[in-house]
Design a protein around this ligand. Structure first.
Ligand code: SF4
Ligand code: FES
Length: 239
């Protein structure tokens, strides 16, 4: 099966402007789109740049836009495209392009670290581990699936607009949620305080794009709504 990939190209070291380049790839229907990109790099143009590692939806490194939608090409099967159809491959939106399909993830990780993505404990450690029931674990189970691919943040219409681009973004909020509702965490209120501002959790305007594109099916919009409700409940109590 012949696939026609139209790929965004830009090398800031030598190109004045970005441009698109078409490649034809002979692929097996059960190949993934990532296999096609590898074939191009190995057989046609070794300068084509993109990130990848696991090839199986685990590492989150190959986030890019496929026909305008943020996705992981390692999760896209060739058989789901039509023979001869032009498939548009572009870097994730929102982030600065480093080269071709590689973007600068610096801001993404700064925002991720700003929510303190680790367990906060204040009480003395128990003799063995800090125990948790199955029910307690289930409260944040979905959020633990996040692989930091940035597909959600890159798809968020709020992050895409210059005036609101400082919004912390859905990926950082998912990571915050993961600890906010962990029964072992003792930093609940200070975590909420970190998010209570216009570019924090209130930056979310419930557009749902994050939930639509998440390759790990995390109910991101619902988790953000739960976080908003927690802040609202605390504010109500203190009034
Ligand atoms: Fe990727 Fe989903 Fe995590 Fe966002 S929440 S970074 S889309 S895995
Ligand atoms: Fe690791 Fe796609 S290559 S998630």
């Amino acid at each position: 099966m012949i696939l026609n990939l139209k790929i965004f190209r830009y090398d800031p070291g030598k190109d004045e402007e970005p441009y698109y380049q078409n490649f034809e790839v002979d692929a097996d229907p059960m190949d993934r789109l990532l296999d096609c990109l590898n074939k191009i790099r190995w057989e046609q143009d070794p300068s084509l740049s993109f990130r990848m590692s696991c090839g199986h939806g685990i590492c989150g490194s190959d986030g890019m836009r496929v026909n305008g939608i943020s996705a992981l090409p390692c999760q896209k099967l060739v058989k789901d495209f039509k023979e001869g159809e032009e498939i548009l491959i572009e870097p994730l939106a929102v982030f600065k392009v480093v080269k071709d399909l590689i973007v600068d993830m610096g801001t993404f990780f700064e925002r991720y670290y700003s929510v303190r993505p680790y367990l906060i404990t204040k009480s003395p450690p128990p003799e063995k581990e800090r125990l948790q029931s199955i029910e307690e674990r289930q409260k944040f189970e979905d959020a633990t699936r996040c692989i930091l691919c940035a597909c959600c943040t890159a798809s968020c219409p709020i992050n895409q607009v210059k005036e609101t681009a400082n919004y912390i973004g859905p990926a950082a909020l998912v990571r915050s949620y993961r600890y906010l509702f962990d029964s072992r965490d003792e930093g609940h209120d200070e975590r909420l305080a970190l998010l209570e501002h216009k570019d924090g959790v209130w930056g979310c305007k419930t557009k749902w794009w994050c939930t639509k594109v998440c390759p790990k099916q995390i109910p991101i919009t619902m988790e953000i709504a739960t976080t908003k409700k927690s802040i609202y409940d605390i504010t109500k109590k203190t009034k």
